[in-house]
Design a protein around this ligand. Structure first.
Ligand SMILES: CC(C)(COP(=O)(O)OP(=O)(O)OC[C@H]1O[C@@H](n2cnc3c(N)ncnc32)[C@H](O)[C@@H]1OP(=O)(O)O)[C@@H](O)C(=O)NCCC(=O)NCCS
Length: 197
């Protein structure tokens, strides 16, 4: 052991063993889980998740390592892919796809730091048939039906016309038909967005 380079030296210390003058503190351990959630019919959830005080519509899927907070409503037939974070004050419509690691924000730090008052938080409304790509970040905005948010985009403003939006800050790459023109939507929202992953 003593011959090992210093970064590899390890010491087994129990949580209450004296370490010099001080004690190694025991942390408060809280557990993630599913608490006070209203589910529609035929919802699938892959543990571990942290879901509390939210509503998840029928036919939806929630992948592992997802957190959905109090007051959030997810519509019907949505897919919430692994590692995404949906905070308080977010509402998501029907038939939406929220990809892996998509992040929502409700506290825009209006005072230049995290707000102590929830009154300074802002809401986000996502319409129906919206697809949000992997690792996208959604600030408090409204997103209209049929929008596609590219992977890694940062949405800072309301999206009011169906289209494909990319980059930081998110900008329109191209429009999609409001009438649900399937050719346009299939181009903007590749079929794999809806595959079973
Ligand atoms: C945004 C998206 C839907 C666009 O797809 P597309 O219409 O086929 O776009 P193209 O690949 O033809 O790219 C068009 C242009 O946009 C750029 N672009 C595409 N996606 C981008 C993205 N996410 N961020 C930044 N720029 C992007 C391309 O580089 C290209 O630029 P150029 O014209 O200067 O070469 C797609 O790229 C995307 O990000 N999909 C999300 C996928 C995802 O997260 N899936 C999750 C399940 S695995």
């Amino acid at each position: 052991m003593d011959n090992l380079p210093r970064p590899f030296l390890t010491t087994q210390v129990s949580l209450t063993q004296p370490l010099g003058e001080s004690l190694v503190a025991k942390p408060e351990i809280r557990h993630a889980g599913i608490v006070d959630v209203t589910f529609g019919e035929n919802v699938t959830v892959v543990q571990p998740v942290n879901l509390f005080g939210c509503t998840i519509g029928g036919g939806s899927f929630v992948g592992p390592f997802v957190e959905i907070q109090k007051g959030v409503t997810i519509g019907k037939r949505c897919r919430i892919q692994s590692h995404s974070f949906i905070c308080e004050l977010v509402t998501i419509g029907d038939d939406c796809f929220i990809s892996h690691g998509a992040m929502f924000i409700n506290d825009p730090f209006v005072t230049g730091r995290p707000a102590a008052e929830r009154g300074l938080w802002r809401e986000t409304k996502v319409g129906n048939q919206v697809s949000i790509g992997t690792n996208a970040t959604i600030l408090p905005v409204t997103i209209c039906d049929g929008a596609v948010i590219g992977a890694g985009a940062v949405v800072t403003d309301d999206i009011t016309q169906p289209g494909v939006y990319v980059t930081n800050p998110a900008r329109l790459l191209r429009s999609l038909s409001r009438s649900g023109d399937s050719t346009a939507i299939n181009r903007g929202c590749p079929r794999y967005l809806f595959s079973d992953i």
